[in-house]
Design a protein. Structure first.
Length: 393
């Protein structure tokens, strides 16, 4: 097939600025390049870091970049905003879409895959005859979504990252258009066998410390504030340390927001036991995970299918997490402690942390179970299942 991939319009592909969605796109594009399944054109925001990227040398994957950040583009966006009110997305996203459409309409694609943008669907269904596929990473299409019936009817296929997100689409209508395709990760990159260029001493940690690690975007939904509160409850156990990897928004986040400042403020009394690393390039995350004894992923929202869980699992870490969204589809009781996000979540976290701290043999068994479980979520399996789901539309 001749396929177009319309990305979100925020982060570039290849994923030089990070982003879970963008990394997944890279995975299935690499698989397509290897297997030569389809002729694919990717529409992405322009970023100077993508220039001379090895992925651009493919003869089956092609990249069309849209300028959204130059002075001229910003002026055009502002003009677009003046004449286009009350659209599905904000003017920035809608401007990106219209710039992509100018090129799309001159081509002839069998299929257009919309990455996490259900709002593009109705416009495209009215303008083009190509089949439309929505790759849905978040809870963005349900009975409460804007124009949900029109969007659902305009799509030929919906690929969700989890059964949880599939169930949310089913709140509109149970239809055979929807298939769940679980995310995958690079199991060669995320492996206990990797050679790390970081050691505990580099971060002021000792070999006797019990290291907890949180990885991901730092916002209220991810439960990092509750995790810090749990650390405060355990302040008398001095060798329990916490590494917090991430920033408020991937690689282009420069300044700390008020939430991160508030987190740092309440850690002052145990500042020597909690380290904020800021944004870490994706290539370095395995090295940090290798330092840890336990991964803590305490999402207090319905996280669709966080790759941070898969990454920790692949590194052979016991996991403390929550029973929210698609997380229970990633793990089992053998390799993870799953907590309820009720009013006692801080107590739950503190108890789980202390339990694993006091029982090294339990950690060892959970670590082995994590490694075994991780084999189900490699990037090749994800890509194979992704393309298989596009058949028979």
């Amino acid at each position: 097939m001749k396929i177009a991939i319309l990305t979100s319009g925020i982060l570039p592909v290849p994923a030089v600025q990070g982003g879970a969605v963008e990394n997944l796109i890279d995975f299935y594009l690499a698989y397509n390049d290897k297997k030569r399944l389809h002729d694919i054109t990717v529409y992405s925001v322009k970023d100077i870091k993508t220039q001379n990227h090895p992925a651009l040398s493919s003869d089956v994957n092609h990249y069309y970049y849209i300028d959204t950040s130059s002075i001229i583009a910003k002026i055009r966006r502002t003009i677009y905003k003046l004449f286009h009110k009350d659209e599905y997305y904000n003017y920035f996203i809608e401007y990106y879409f219209e710039q992509a459409y100018k090129h799309l309409k001159k081509q002839s694609y069998d299929c257009i895959i919309l990455e996490n943008r259900p709002g593009y669907t109705y416009k495209l269904s009215q303008r083009l005859s190509s089949k439309l596929v929505l790759h849905l990473h978040n809870d963005l299409l349900n009975k409460d979504s804007k124009f949900h019936t029109e969007v659902l009817n305009s799509l030929n296929k919906i690929l969700t990252v989890s059964d949880y997100i599939k169930s949310r689409v089913y709140s509109i209508e149970e239809t055979d258009k929807v298939n769940a395709v679980h995310n995958g990760i690079d199991l060669q990159r995320f492996s206990p066998q990797i050679k790390s260029n970081i050691n505990r001493e580099d971060l002021g940690l000792s070999q006797n410390d019990y290291i907890l690690l949180f990885s991901g975007r730092i916002n209220k939904d991810k439960g990092v504030s509750e995790l810090i509160d749990a650390m405060l409850k355990l302040k008398d156990t001095s060798n329990i340390k916490l590494l917090i990897l991430g920033s408020s928004f991937f690689g282009n986040a420069i300044n700390e927001n008020e939430f991160i400042k508030s987190l740092k403020s309440k850690t002052r009394i145990i500042a020597d036991r909690i380290s904020f690393t800021g944004f870490i390039p994706y290539s370095q995350i395995p090295s940090y995970l290798k330092l840890a004894d336990v991964a803590v992923i305490p999402s207090i929202w319905d996280d669709p299918f966080p790759t941070t869980v898969l990454e920790a699992q692949a590194m052979g870490l016991p996991i403390i997490t929550t029973c929210r969204g698609g997380i229970p589809e990633e793990i089992t009781e053998e390799n993870a402690i799953m907590l309820e996000t009720d009013k006692h979540i801080v107590d739950h976290l503190a108890a789980a942390i202390l339990d694993l701290y006091q029982h090294p043999e339990k950690r060892k068994k959970m670590a082995a179970a994590s490694l075994k479980r991780s084999k189900l979520f490699d990037k090749e399996t994800f890509a194979k299942n992704f393309f298989a789901a596009l058949e028979n539309m």
